[in-house]
Design a binder for this molecule. Structure first.
Ligand code: ADP
Ligand code: AMP
Length: 226
């Protein structure tokens, strides 16, 4: 049987569960997660000029400019190390129509059609609890929550054993309000954009993590090697 390369977008407001599900897809299907949020956080902690510029924008909950994030994604797509895997998961990208057009062009030039844009639908009231309880492993990026997904051993990552567990500077109520505003103004129109292309899959992001993972798996072609 032909090997299936499946490139997908995870869409949804901050706290919808995109990073959580992307991690599952990396582990379970050997896909590659491309999170512009993670790339920007790496840039800001590297102390570069670009990092300094984006840190202030991110902390206020605004969107970083299209040219910066499109540049980051284009660089990753050009990386030969990323070839031969089961597919890309675009997590938190695209967030504007300009980014969506740019991604379409990049993938078309590579001869890789998108398989799906999966929207995780979650109501605003739930998102406050989601982001205020979020913490992640600084070593492997595993995503946890104080209530819905605590570590088995307090202070220790289940996945890699690291004790470097972190909270995000922008996971506060003020920043979340601004991030939601940006989401509804600039990102939510992408659901219509991908619906028109026949690629939108809308899933209930309020379901437990395992159920959301099963719904995503059901929406995708069989994994490589299955
Ligand atoms: P996003 O990447 O969309 O911003 P995350 O994957 O970081 O969202 O999830 C936000 C928080 O919500 C995390 O603390 C995560 O553990 C928790 N979470 C994710 N999915 C679910 C779910 N289906 N049910 C309950 N909590 C969840
Ligand atoms: P995330 O980790 O996806 O929640 O993103 C954290 C922050 O990084 C956002 O609030 C934005 O400031 C910035 N960011 C991440 N991805 C993008 C993107 N595709 N376009 C613009 N800004 C982004």
């Amino acid at each position: 049987m032909a090997r299936t390369v499946t490139d997908i977008i995870l869409l949804g407001p901050p706290g919808a569960g995109k990073g959580t599900q992307a991690h599952r897809l990396v582990e379970e299907r050997g896909m590659v997660q491309l999170s512009t949020g993670d790339m920007l956080r790496a840039a800001r902690s590297s102390g570069t000029e670009m990092g300094r510029r984006v840190a202030e924008v991110m902390d206020k909950g605004h969107l970083v400019t299209d040219d910066i994030v499109i540049g980051l994604i284009a660089e990753k797509l050009a990386d030969p190390d990323a070839a031969g895997h089961a597919g890309f998961i675009f997590d938190g990208f695209p967030r504007t129509l300009a980014q969506a057009d740019a991604l379409g062009d990049l993938l078309e030039r590579m001869g890789r059609p998108l398989a799906a844009a999966i929207e995780l639908a979650v109501e605003d009231e739930v998102l406050v609890d989601r982001v205020s309880g979020r913490f992640t492993c600084g070593n492997c990026g595993e995503v946890y929550h104080d209530v819905t997904r605590p570590t088995r051993k307090p202070g220790v990552c289940d996945a890699c054993g690291s004790t470097d567990l972190r909270r995000r500077a922008d996971d506060n109520a003020d920043s979340l309000r601004q991030r939601l505003m940006e989401y509804y103004k600039k990102t939510s129109p992408l659901t219509g954009y991908y619906h028109a292309k026949g690629l939108l899959v809308r899933l209930d992001g309020l379901a437990p993590i395992d159920r959301v993972a099963a719904a995503i798996a059901a929406a995708l072609p069989a994994p490589v090697g299955a």
